[in-house]
Design a protein around this ligand. Structure first.
Ligand SMILES: Cc1cc2nc3c(=O)[nH]c(=O)nc-3n(C[C@H](O)[C@H](O)[C@H](O)COP(=O)(O)O)c2cc1C
Length: 226
């Protein structure tokens, strides 16, 4: 019998935000042991391209990125979720992946190569294609095997800033006629997606669950080892 599988989920969203929740939903649905890492708990530094990682495959900066990288290398599957900030994955996601990809790519060594992965893109208006595209570039560079991705509608910070109901330049203006009322019905959640258009009240948890099961199925007995 093969060694038991363990997966890791990483989110670059707000602590307890929609990205954290969507990634966790996939992890739970897999019914595999997992680690969950919210990058909100870390102040990540940027890559200086100092080449300090060339022989060690470890970043020289001391901000726990290497610990996360070790967990990723031990994992049999990776779920990564990022929110959209200004038409792309947020800066925290990019800072994270720039350093993961650079420190693990020297001398044609790609320790994450072949690991199956899923990308979760979260955005205020539900169109998260640009997030998926940004993270896909890093998956490709690290040779992570993308098995699926999903777009989730998140909750604009404008829902809680205090001015969102009337603010013409805020996120609610993208999805509602203003003024609007902020309540459970108008606030997006995993169980209440696209409330303003398309499919009001759509529940995305089923799709997230399907992705978790699909990841777990990669390791089932009748699947070839990947
Ligand atoms: C600085 C900032 C910029 C954002 N830019 C966009 C954007 O360009 N398009 C969009 O649809 N949502 C945008 N959003 C909304 C976020 O994608 C949304 O709030 C998401 O739910 C955040 O994920 P979280 O709940 O996991 O933190 C932005 C949010 C912030 C804070």
């Amino acid at each position: 019998m093969g060694k038991s599988k363990k997966i890791v989920g990483i989110s670059s969203g707000r602590e307890g935000g929609i990205t954290d929740k969507a990634v966790k939903k996939i992890l739970e649905a897999s019914q595999l042991p997992y680690d969950f890492i919210s990058l909100s708990s870390f102040e990540l530094l940027t890559c200086n391209a100092c080449n300090g990682c060339v022989t060690t495959y470890q970043c020289v900066k001391d901000d726990q990125l290497n610990e996360i990288c070790d967990i990723m290398q031990q994992a049999d599957g990776i779920v990564f979720g990022a929110p959209e900030y200004w038409n792309g994955a947020n800066g925290k996601a990019r800072v994270f992946w720039e350093r993961i990809c650079f420190s693990t790519r020297h001398n044609a060594q790609f320790p994450l190569a072949g690991t199956p992965g899923i990308i979760v893109g979260v955005s205020g208006d539900g169109d998260s294609r640009e997030v998926l595209q940004d993270i896909r570039v890093f998956f490709e560079d690290a040779r992570i095997k993308l098995i699926d991705s999903i777009e989730v509608q998140g909750e604009y910070a404008c829902f809680t800033c205090g001015y969102g109901e009337n603010c013409e330049v805020g996120g609610l203006a993208d999805i509602y006629e203003l003024p609007t009322i902020i309540n459970d019905k108008t606030t997006p959640s995993l169980c209440n997606q696209y409330p303003h258009k398309l499919q009001p009240g759509k529940d995305i948890t089923k799709q997230l669950t399907r992705l978790g099961k699909a990841l777990a199925n990669r390791f089932s007995a009748n699947q070839p080892d990947i």
